[in-house]
Write a protein of this length. Structure first.
Length: 500
């Protein structure tokens, strides 16, 4: 399958859908000060003076109380989110609190606080934009928009996992909050002896998957499952030990829509585990699949089994990732990868919608792996050019944004694969040049939303440890009807980070 096939798929899209979305501009309300009015009622001066003193004292009292309440709320917010107040004045603590909770992200101190809070995090820009900071904050707070919750008819649902570090370095107190838009629906407080790795909605509540903490290499991290009802109450919590060496981590959970759910785990750097459980958390079956250092990053129902995205972790080459058909006993009947003669496709998300399976991905050209595997392997040719420029000297040894961004846009193509729900073979394709395919979700109107990250800005930074090429993308929302027809494109106003 040639890459041109994907490019030609856009020819059928109306031009009005592919025009650039208007730039997002935050408006600020102007605060107007009323002019002071002079008064000629001097005969009331003495009496009025007494009244003013009394009213002023009363207002001052209210102001002090309001300030104290806001400061207490700000300190509590800092503590709940593991943020440090070191070096901040009382006023600055309140300002940062307001800046984050109103999602303005315009205060200079906010960037410092977030950077301290995220271990090893690097804010790429010297002067980060509000969108950059919002994304860093959301990543820190583990914000997840749950596709299955939306599919079950509750549009706009998102989960936020928050934690507070305890004095014991091996334990962290977690809270899970569920929102619809900005409305808090519930807050669950699971036991404090396990880490929450994954959460998803089922027909009978929200399933939380996690792992226990360990204090030594001799202990085995066990898998944990919990169920939270729609009021935020913990229905049950259960711990499992399937005999894996060192650890078992649940990576993904699927609602089987028959009163059961499946949990895909990895254990001991050798196995993928598949457990099926009922609404009470009873284990109905468990299977071990010997595959090495691989895990299930995503899964959807496919006939009587699943279509799963199998991904390597550790030092294995990302080029060995694949899609597999798996039955409910863990047997893999078929595995395949999507590629053409000149391109490889990196899967980012999958969802079942309208009787079909949709796969979100992006395509990059096949190239020599001189500068590494994984994400860096996607840009080896660009790195070759950038380093040769740097080592060759000249008047401008470093590649500029004006040169680099077009190279990246030429290198990446967002791809949406619409597949047969029984066999998993692609039936239709949609592609967008200069972008990466991202998340998939079903909205409250019963339409499929495909998020596409269009590369807009880039930076060559060879001395940075966590990336060599960084940048940012504008996020666009492509909407499809149940028959797979594109019905709209709009800019979301959001940005996402690009790091390789």
């Amino acid at each position: 399958m040639k890459n041109d096939t994907f490019y030609e798929a856009l020819d059928n899209i109306d031009e009005k859908y592919t025009s650039e979305a208007a730039e997002f501009a935050a408006s600020r309300a102007e605060v107007k000060t009323l002019p002071r009015r002079k008064t000629a009622l001097y005969k009331w001066a003495a009496a009025a003076a007494c009244l003013v003193i009394a009213v002023t004292a009363c207002i001052a009292g209210f102001a002090v109380a309001a300030e104290a309440r806001e400061y207490a709320a700000a300190v509590e917010f800092f503590e709940e989110n593991g943020l440090s107040t070191e070096g901040l004045s009382r006023t600055e603590i309140k300002e940062v609190y307001r800046d984050i909770t109103t999602r303005s992200f315009t205060n200079g101190k906010t960037a410092e606080v977030i950077k301290k809070a995220v271990p090893g995090a690097e804010i790429v820009l010297t002067d980060p934009t509000p969108e950059n900071l919002a994304m860093e904050w959301d990543t820190y707070c583990h914000v997840i928009y749950d596709k299955s919750y939306k599919t079950n008819g509750s549009a706009g649902i998102r989960y936020v996992s928050e934690y507070v570090e305890k004095t014991d370095p091996y334990h962290v107190k977690y809270y899970l909050r569920c929102y619809r838009g900005d409305e808090l629906l519930w807050c669950a407080e699971p036991s404090d002896d396990y880490h929450m790795d994954f959460y998803t909605y089922t027909g009978f509540g929200t399933v939380i998957a996690g792992e226990t903490y360990v204090t030594s290499s001799a202990e085995t991290r066990r898998a944990v499952l919990a169920l939270v009802d729609d009021k935020g109450a913990i229905v049950w919590e259960k711990y499992f030990n399937h005999g894996f060496e060192r650890f078992e981590i649940i990576d993904f959970v699927v609602d089987n829509r028959d009163g059961t759910f499946s949990a895909f785990s990895r254990g001991g750097n050798r196995y993928i585990g598949l457990g099926i459980y009922d609404q009470q958390g009873n284990e109905l079956s468990f299977s071990k699949i010997a595959v090495g250092k691989y895990c299930v990053r995503n899964a959807v129902l496919l006939g009587d089994g699943y279509l799963v995205q199998v991904e390597s972790y550790g030092l294995e080459a990302k080029e060995s990732d694949y899609i597999a058909k798996m039955d409910r006993k863990g047997n893999i009947s078929e595995s395949f990868s999507y590629e053409s003669d000149d391109s490889v496709y990196v899967m980012t998300d999958m969802i079942e919608f309208g009787g079909r399976v949709y796969l979100s991905a992006y395509a990059v050209p096949k190239q020599e792996q001189k500068y590494g595997l994984g994400k860096r392997g996607e840009i080896n040719d660009i790195l070759e050019y950038a380093f040769s420029r740097m080592l060759g000297g000249g008047e401008e040894p470093f590649v500029t944004d004006e040169e680099l961004t077009p190279l990246l846009r030429e290198n990446y193509t967002a791809v949406l694969l619409i597949c047969d729900p029984e066999g998993g073979a692609p039936e239709k394709f949609v592609s967008v040049k200069g972008a990466l395919g991202s998340g998939l979700a079903v909205n409250g109107s019963g339409q499929l939303e495909w998020m596409v990250e269009s590369i807009e800005w880039s930076l060559f930074s060879p001395m940075t440890s966590s990336f060599t090429i960084g940048g940012s993308c504008k996020v666009y929302r492509y909407t499809f009807d149940p028959d797979g027809r594109l019905i709209g494109v709009e800019g979301t106003g959001d940005t996402s980070m690009f790091r390789r």
